[in-house]
Design a protein around this ligand. Structure first.
Ligand SMILES: [Zn+2]
Length: 161
């Protein structure tokens, strides 16, 4: 089963793509695409350059994130109050694996679990409208090198290089 890390080890090109004339939607998507960790709206706000000192309010970022979520380009991580870039045709099948040590979020596409969950919910007469499956644990990197892992309560504030 394929997994995807929301971790980019390639050098950031944020300087060349942070043109203030680029629509906010595209800039937010670019920031999330380059992010090594899930980002909150406030994390994103800190990385958005606005033209000529214009101040952007958090609701603007939330509106863009809602739009990108609806478009299936980003997904919220409820347990982290953060967002990640996704690339799948059916985000409802994603299972997010979130590392408690370093904060990295990886996803796997799973067809079986959502069907079972929906079937169980249906047995209660419950209509599922939104399904977010998040697993907490340790990523492979933190399992093999726990001494270098960052404590989950002190995630670095700068997650974009
Ligand atoms: Zn980790």
């Amino acid at each position: 089963m394929p997994s995807r890390r929301f971790c980019s080890l390639r050098p950031s090109r944020s300087d060349e793509l942070q043109d203030p004339k680029t629509p906010l939607r595209d800039r937010v998507l670019d920031i999330l695409t380059k992010a090594e960790l899930p980002l909150s709206a406030y994390d994103i706000l800190r990385h958005v350059d606005m033209p000529s000192g214009r101040i952007l309010a958090p609701p603007s970022i939330y509106r863009v994130l809602a739009r990108l979520t609806k478009e299936g380009l980003v997904a919220p991580l409820e347990s982290r109050n953060a967002f990640v870039r996704i690339r799948t045709k059916d985000p409802s099948r994603l299972v997010f694996c979130i590392c408690e040590q370093c904060g990295i979020a990886q996803s796997v596409e799973n067809e079986i679990s959502p069907r079972l969950i929906d079937k169980n919910a249906d047995s209660l007469g419950f209509q599922v409208r939104r399904r977010i499956i998040e697993l907490q644990g340790l990523c492979s990197g933190c399992q093999s090198c726990p001494a270098t892992a960052v404590n989950s309560t002190s995630l670095p504030p700068q997650v974009i290089k």
